[in-house]
Ligand binder design. Structure first.
Ligand code: ADE
Length: 250
């Protein structure tokens, strides 16, 4: 369960201060997109005319940056690829773009693209003082008030876990996290971004309504193509907006 508001530990406050101090006024020149699924990535690859790096900066044998083969879904893959990419590319900004389940009761609809203000885990239950807060791993995204105003995006908290489904215990944690959307990577990307002091933003497009009546896997697959196209359009607008700006201007 998330700690009650106003009861932030010194560590959480330190983390928030560190996130702010990593924001500087250099122009942004390198953006690292972390995308879990091939289908999610392909529109972006096409849009930005990216080509596959045949001399990959990554260790031999890993499936990252190969546009064929297995997708890297979930927190283990997300944290590894974020770590390796930041080490290799030293980006100014990370954008974790992908799909998410949305809660209709919190205002999410299919095809919405959210920017997440805050991310946390919902399946790391450690009911021991201090470790409980570590398990939830709540982190703030880079604040982007001007970008939000310009693109008129929805804003909501994101909760991350390693399953597409939602157990009753996950649901209780997601409610405690006050999340509007749930995914399988965001909080893991945020963890590594925070460790390596790279600001991160989270762009999540809603493929399924978690509190609706359709089974999640079916609804997800039914909407995946159309929703990733919406994600691609928003990611393009975000990159266009960022272009030539500093972090403090976002
Ligand atoms: N990605 C898309 N839909 C999702 C869901 N319902 N849960 C987790 N990740 C998702």
């Amino acid at each position: 369960m998330a700690p009650p508001h106003g009861d932030k530990s010194a560590k959480v406050k330190e983390e928030a201060a560190a996130a702010v101090s990593s924001v500087d006024n250099r122009p942004i020149s390198t953006i690292l997109f972390i995308v879990a699924m091939q289908t999610e990535a392909l529109p972006l690859v096409k849009k930005f005319q990216l080509t596959e790096d045949l001399n990959s900066v990554f260790p031999k044998g890993v499936p990252w940056v190969r546009f064929y083969g297995v997708d890297g879904v979930g927190t283990v893959s997300a944290s590894l690829v974020t770590y390796a990419s930041v080490q290799a590319l030293q980006p100014d900004l990370i954008i974790n773009a992908g799909t998410a389940g949305g809660f209709g009761a919190k205002g999410a609809s299919i095809g919405d693209v959210f920017i997440s203000s805050e991310v946390a885990f919902h399946d790391r239950r450690i009911p021991i003082p201090v470790f409980d807060i570590y398990g939830v791993g709540s982190r703030k995204a880079l604040a982007t008030p001007n970008l939000l105003k310009e693109l008129n995006l929805k804003v909501g908290k994101l909760s991350t876990g390693d399953s597409l489904d939602m157990s009753p215990m996950d649901e209780a944690s997601i409610i405690a996290n006050d999340a509007t959307i749930k995914d399988m990577e965001g909080a893991a990307v945020a963890y590594v971004a925070d460790l390596l002091k790279v600001p991160a933003i989270f762009l999540k497009a809603v493929t399924d309504i978690v509190d609706g009546d359709k089974p999640t896997p079916e609804e997800f697959l039914e909407n995946l193509a159309a929703v990733t196209a919406a994600l691609d359009r928003t990611a393009t607008q975000v990159v266009d907006y960022i272009s030539g700006k500093c972090l403090l201007e976002l």
